[in-house]
Write a protein that binds this ligand. Structure first.
Ligand code: ISJ
Length: 305
């Protein structure tokens, strides 16, 4: 069972930048479609508040309902060896998850050993900024419906009780965003291997801004945001039974989708790239570092047959 979005065991160059960007592009579709699904439900803030539900307190669990969903789900995925794949990062601390039932797949070693993990930031911005924005239409419609039935005041808002449906979709979105952001490591390794001499001085003498300038490709980002807006506009259309677009209100806040990438996903991906590069020389001999500084390219990972 391989959870890898890019099948690392089928050969081909896993550090080919166009190939990696192809995975990032495919993840755009996953993220947009899951956000459309999440937008069908109200905000349901009870999913995200820690220490509120007595049922969880009775289990001795002090996280939010969503964090409990994640722990329970990721516990099964850990047994199914999901987190032995080089592109999968659980939101639950790995030490709190059970070991794999099956022996790990022997993936080729592609990334340099690192502990870079942006999932706490991803969980925070998703629950605090993204969910309230993309569920705004459903939340307002729910409040109007409640008022029409005589429910007014705090009881009007935000909660349609569909914690299970909304929580499962939240997990899908979070896992896709996490994979997308952490693919920054493959991007960084690819760029490093292509031109080590440019990166080594700013790793030996840590300089985040210099590394960020080296990895940032403004034209790639511009085209991505343009493509994303077009995709969200098309995917969010409603279609009549004969397939004709109905032309009514989009099923998702298109500006919200673009803002998710522009304000959160892309900046976090760049940070993951820089954090990864800052540990890229750890443990290497002075000779090895001098070779890299002189532009000698490191060996590509052994390709599986
Ligand atoms: C991911 C890359 O690195 C950076 C981050 C990008 C992103 O998160 O979309 C795009 C271009 C670069 O600024 C890349 O070069 O493809």
């Amino acid at each position: 069972m391989s959870f890898a979005h890019f099948n690392f065991t089928l050969g081909g160059d896993p550090l080919d930048l166009d190939r990696i960007r192809g995975v990032l592009t495919r993840l755009e579709d996953t993220i947009i479609f899951q956000l459309i699904e999440r937008a069908q439900f109200a905000h349901n803030p009870k999913l995200y508040h820690r220490g509120e539900l007595q049922e969880l307190k009775d289990l001795g669990f002090d996280g939010s309902l969503l964090e409990w969903f994640l722990k329970e789900t990721e516990s099964f995925h850990a047994k199914a060896r999901r987190y032995t794949s080089p592109d999968e990062y659980p939101f639950t601390p790995l030490e709190n998850l059970p070991p794999p039932l099956l022996k790990p797949i022997q993936y080729p070693r592609i990334l340099y050993p690192n502990k870079v993990n942006a999932n706490p930031s991803i969980l925070s911005f998703y629950t605090r900024s993204i969910v309230p924005r993309i569920t705004r239409q459903a939340t307002l419609a729910l409040a109007a419906s409640k008022r029409a039935n005589g429910i007014i005041g705090d009881e009007e808002y935000e909660d349609d009780g569909n914690y299970g449906s909304a929580g499962v979709i939240d997990m899908e979105v979070l896992q896709a965003i996490s994979k997308r952001v952490h693919y920054g490591k493959f991007v960084a390794e690819s760029k490093f291997q292509d031109d080590p001499a440019s990166f080594v001085p700013h790793i030996v003498k840590p300089n985040r801004d210099a590394l960020a300038n080296l990895i940032t490709k403004p034209e790639v980002e511009r085209r991505l945001l343009q493509r994303l807006r077009k995709k969200a506009l098309v995917y969010a259309q409603d279609f009549a039974p004969d397939g004709e677009p109905r032309g009514d209100e989009a099923k998702i806040d298109v500006d919200g989708v673009v803002d998710l990438y522009e304000s959160y996903i892309i900046p976090l991906t760049r940070e993951v790239e820089v954090d990864y590069l800052l540990v890229r020389l750890n443990g290497l001999s002075k000779e090895a570092i001098d070779d890299l500084a002189a532009g000698k390219k490191p060996p590509r990972p052994a390709q599986s047959s």
